[in-house]
Design a protein around this ligand. Structure first.
Ligand SMILES: [Zn+2]
Ligand SMILES: [Zn+2]
Length: 409
């Protein structure tokens, strides 16, 4: 294996600047920059792996060298930093990440150099550049590099003719839970099927099937404060339009390309909750995996259903409803979108409690596994749901009002 000294001696034949020379030894020593490693390479004759320490840096080591391998990119540090800072100007952010697309020529020459002298101890030029530029921006703007999920990912395209910064602005994610107190609003915005949102006679020129939704009741102040270009609503399941929810359903509100991120969540929550249709709880920033997490949770739920019967039934029969327990089979309901696969699903019903509410009227409290079709569990859906309340009572049964009472967290 080639020694550090041998590699250095060979590389000195090339006319490398300190950055490019030092970069061939980037993995040696800690807390040094490559131009300092390059200066050590020229200073220490008997160069060894442990020569790369701070005491060996000559006093005249200097940032900003240039050679044919780097095409002068290190002399333009002010320019790169300014390009990025100008692009960041309209955004409020606390974390960022710099990516680099070096000039093509620099990449080709870097590869040729690696081929001739080996890749041991080296790092790519784009790694050095993104670190140097990132450090300066951290210092000048008081924001931090984040490798996992930065507010903004800025990619500097280094091209003689058109240097530019490509920005990927990450969404701002907020977690909360909602209750819905209206039987007239869907969870998310529904576009009119006839005009697909552009407005027509059928939808009274609103472009929508419903005047509002849980999403719309919640998102407006967040869109206003963040100046996001759009908001997306990711619910942990959904209830029917005509079902209320008292179970605090989890959701993530995604604000796409926000200009502002520093929000007064307390006062925004108050503003949203000045509302009779919905209420939100536990508003906080969400982690990047939380959309998936709440969508994958298959939470058991408790419902309250008002049920109308076609006949009056005696107490003895009503008591039998408690026996609807354990595994039930449900074929995809008739009312469900016909694009959904028609198949039989097995679901677990944990509990059915019944209370008489009047002539031909009962109220049920049902605890069941995620995905159970409650209205069909009651009506039987022409035999597609088995067993059912209707079949057990021997008469027709229809759910006239449904509430979600609890969603297990
Ligand atoms: Zn160079
Ligand atoms: Zn329409």
């Amino acid at each position: 294996m080639i020694s550090v000294k041998e590699k250095r001696d060979a590389l000195l034949e090339e006319e490398l600047c300190d950055h490019c020379l030092g970069r061939q030894f980037a993995k040696l020593g800690h807390g040094l920059e490559n131009f300092e490693r390059g200066a050590i390479c020229r200073e220490i004759d008997d160069l060894e792996e442990d020569s790369f320490v701070r005491e060996n840096i000559p006093e005249d080591a200097d940032l900003g060298g240039s050679c044919e391998y780097c095409d002068g990119v290190f002399q333009k540090m002010d320019h790169w930093v300014e390009l990025v800072e100008d692009s960041f100007d309209r955004y409020e952010l606390s974390t960022f990440l710099i990516g680099i697309r070096p000039p093509n020529e620099a990449i080709e020459k870097e590869e040729a150099l690696w081929e001739e002298y080996g890749i041991e101890w080296t790092e790519p030029i784009k790694t050095e550049l993104s670190r140097l530029i990132g450090k300066r921006i951290e210092k000048e703007l008081g924001i931090e590099v984040d490798f996992k999920r930065p507010d903004i990912n800025a990619i500097i395209e280094m091209d003689e003719n058109k240097d530019r910064v490509e920005m990927q602005v990450n969404s701002l994610l907020l977690y909360a839970q909602y209750n819905k107190y209206s039987r007239e609003i869907p969870q998310t915005e529904w576009h009119c099927r006839n005009c697909r949102g552009s407005g027509c006679e059928e939808c009274d020129w609103t472009g929508k099937n419903y005047p509002t939704s849980v999403q719309e009741e919640i998102q407006e102040p967040f869109k206003r404060e963040t100046k996001a270009i759009e908001a997306k609503f990711h619910g942990g399941g959904r209830e029917d339009v005509d079902a209320r929810c008292f179970g605090r359903r989890e959701f993530v509100l995604e604000l796409v390309e926000p200009l502002h991120r520093d929000l007064d969540l307390e006062s925004l929550m108050e503003e949203v909750n000045d509302n009779e249709k919905i209420e939100i709880f536990d508003l906080r920033p969400a982690g990047k995996d939380e959309i998936e997490e709440i969508k994958e949770k298959h939470a058991d739920k408790m419902y309250r259903a008002e049920v109308e019967l076609s006949e009056d039934v005696d107490d003895e029969k009503l008591e039998k409803l408690q026996d609807i327990k354990g595994e039930i089979e449900q074929r995809t309901p008739n009312r469900v979108d016909h694009r959904r696969a028609d198949k039989v699903r097995k679901r677990e019903v944990q509990r059915v409690l019944c209370e008489r509410k009047g002539e031909k009227k009962i109220e049920l409290v049902i605890k069941a596994e995620a995905g159970t079709y409650i209205k069909e569990l009651i009506s039987g859906d022409e035999g597609r749901s088995d067993p059912s309340v209707s079949e057990t009572l021997g008469c027709e049964a229809e759910c006239t009002a449904l509430d979600v009472l609890n969603i297990e967290k």
